[in-house]
Design a binder for this molecule. Structure first.
Ligand SMILES: [Zn+2]
Length: 158
C-alpha cells in the first residue's frame, strides 16, 4: 500500500473511466477473473433481497495475492476511499466452493456493505452471521443447506 501502488491504481482507474462510462456496474477489469463469478453472485443475491447497493467500478477491486500468516482475506481501504478485496492465493488453491464463497462474501460484507464483525452465536454454538471474525468461538456452518439463511442475515442485518 505504498505510494507507487496507489499511483498505479489511480492511472488504471482513470483509464477505465475514460474508456467506459458505466460507473454503476459491478464488473470491471480490476477484478481477478477467478473472483468475478463470486462478485456477480454477491450482486445478484443482494438484488434478490432488494438491497440497492451503490456500486461503482472504482470501488470494487478484487485480486488474489500472497497474504501473511494464516490470513485468508482482507478488505483494504485506501486513503481516497477506494476499497479492495485481497484473497489469499494459497487459500484459494485448496478451498472448496463454499469456503471460497464464504470468504468472498465475508470480505464484500466489509467492503461493500460496511459491515463489521459479529460473533453472534445460536444456542448450538453456530455462527449467526458470515461476518464472524474467525477468531471467536462460534462454529462456521456455511454451506448448501445454510447459505440462504446466512445471505438473508448478510443483506437484511439492519
Ligand atoms: Zn472480516
Amino acid at each position: 500500500m505504498n505510494l507507487m501502488i496507489k499511483v498505479g491504481y489511480g492511472m488504471v482507474i482513470l483509464f477505465l473511466l475514460v474508456g467506459c462510462q458505466k460507473e454503476d456496474q459491478l464488473s470491471s477489469g480490476l477484478v481477478d477473473e477467478a473472483l468475478q463469478p463470486f462478485l456477480e453472485a454477491f450482486e445478484s443475491e443482494g438484488l434478490a433481497r432488494n438491497y440497492q447497493p451503490v456500486f461503482s467500478t472504482d470501488l470494487v477491486h478484487m485480486r488474489l495475492d500472497t497474504l501473511p500468516n494464516s490470513v485468508t482475506g482482507q478488505c483494504k481501504t485506501y486513503s481516497d476511499g477506494r476499497k479492495e478485496v485481497v484473497v489469499s492465493s494459497a487459500f484459494w488453491a485448496q478451498a472448496t466452493f463454499y469456503e471460497k464463497e464464504f470468504l468472498v462474501f465475508h470480505e464484500l460484507g466489509h467492503c461493500i456493505l460496511d459491515r463489521v464483525h459479529t460473533e453472534s452465536t445460536n444456542d448450538r454454538g453456530q455462527c449467526n452471521s458470515i461476518m464472524h471474525s474467525g477468531q471467536g468461538t462460534c462454529r462456521n456452518i456455511y454451506g448448501a443447506g445454510t447459505r440462504r439463511a446466512y445471505l438473508d442475515e448478510l443483506f437484511y442485518y439492519e
